[in-house]
Design a binder for this molecule. Structure first.
Ligand code: ATP
Ligand code: MG
Length: 277
């Protein structure tokens, strides 16, 4: 069920020109629009990637369909996309919302953390699972995350013992360029998906350090893909049904490719994994 937008807060940085919006449930969402300058398919990529990542127990934002009513658009003169010198209006209807895990006025959300704090991240292992995922889906962008202080909420045993205290968490965001963004194909460039601060990979000793995610991807259930696919608003697809189906079939076939892709990355950029022997 879509949730209605109630208040425009501000525009965010980034090529998709997402906006921070409060919705009728009182929560805050970074919303990407169907007519964003990257491509309409970006919304589908975000939706699918977040659903798959939840199955892999990697910390990602909750995702929601956000409805912009004609009244909301009329009451929000600052809501538009900048295309060159032109102001492009955002259409009413259903858009993609990525929910902030914390209240933006009360808790600082950082795009980057210094290495010292990265070393103390409670869910640092998520970066290993994330690299497995990014290789699998051929993420053409480098890895992006946001960081904030919180108490462990969605902890799973896979990450180790539940941290008892408040600490820094990384939440994985921006999956618009999974499946090579608008192209829905898999280009295998060795460095893609890598996080620029490679200290997050310090615990990697060999390709086996990427378990259990390698196994989970290799046996990734078709049902998880199907149910995420069914939730995609038909308006986002707009004639892309066959192309999407084909892309997802290729994705299933690629489930066993990841160890080879990680090996290739290690050969090309050995410094990424300081402790790989
Ligand atoms: N769920 C979220 N919680 C907190 N902040 C978020 C969330 N999603 C996005 N952001 C913030 O919004 C910014 C833009 O989001 P995102 O990187 O997904 O957009 P983009 O336009 O695709 O960026 P790029 O130009 O890197 O492709 C991020 O840099 C981040 O600061
Ligand atoms: Mg981004």
């Amino acid at each position: 069920m879509p949730i209605r937008a109630t208040r425009l807060i501000r525009k965010m940085r980034g090529g998709a020109q997402a906006h921070l919006i409060q919705a009728e449930d009182g929560e805050f969402y970074v919303v990407k629009f169907t007519n964003n300058p990257q491509h309409r398919r970006i919304l589908i990529n975000e939706w699918l990637a977040c659903a798959f990542l939840r199955y892999l127990q990697i910390f990602v934002p909750d995702t929601t369909l956000i409805e912009l009513t004609p009244e909301f658009i009329e009451d929000s003169p600052d809501l538009y996309l900048s295309i060159g010198t032109r102001r492009e209006p955002v259409p009413s209807g259903i858009h993609f919302g990525s929910r902030l895990a914390v209240h933006p006025d009360r808790v600082a959300v950082f795009d980057f953390l210094p290495d010292k704090l990265l070393g103390k991240l409670e869910n640092r292992v998520d970066f290993l699972g994330m690299l497995v995922f990014d290789k699998w889906v051929g993420n053409a962008d480098s890895r992006q995350a946001v960081f904030f202080r919180a108490r462990a909420k969605h902890w799973t045993p896979l990450k180790g013992e539940t941290p008892p205290r408040i600490g820094f968490f990384a939440q994985m965001i921006d999956h618009g360029f999974a499946f090579n963004g608008p192209h829905w194909e898999f280009q295998e460039s060795p460095l893609q998906g890598l996080y620029f601060r490679t200290s997050v990979y310090d615990q990697v000793r060999s390709v086996d350090s990427f378990q259990p995610w390698l196994d989970m991807v290799e046996h990734f259930p078709v049902e998880v893909i199907d149910s995420a696919w069914k939730e995609i608003p038909r308006r986002w697809l707009d004639g892309d049904e066959d192309a999407l189906q084909q892309m997802l079939e290729t994705l299933l076939k690629r489930r066993t490719r990841v160890p080879a892709l990680l090996g290739e990355l290690q050969r090309k950029r050995a410094t990424a994994f300081a402790n790989w022997r």
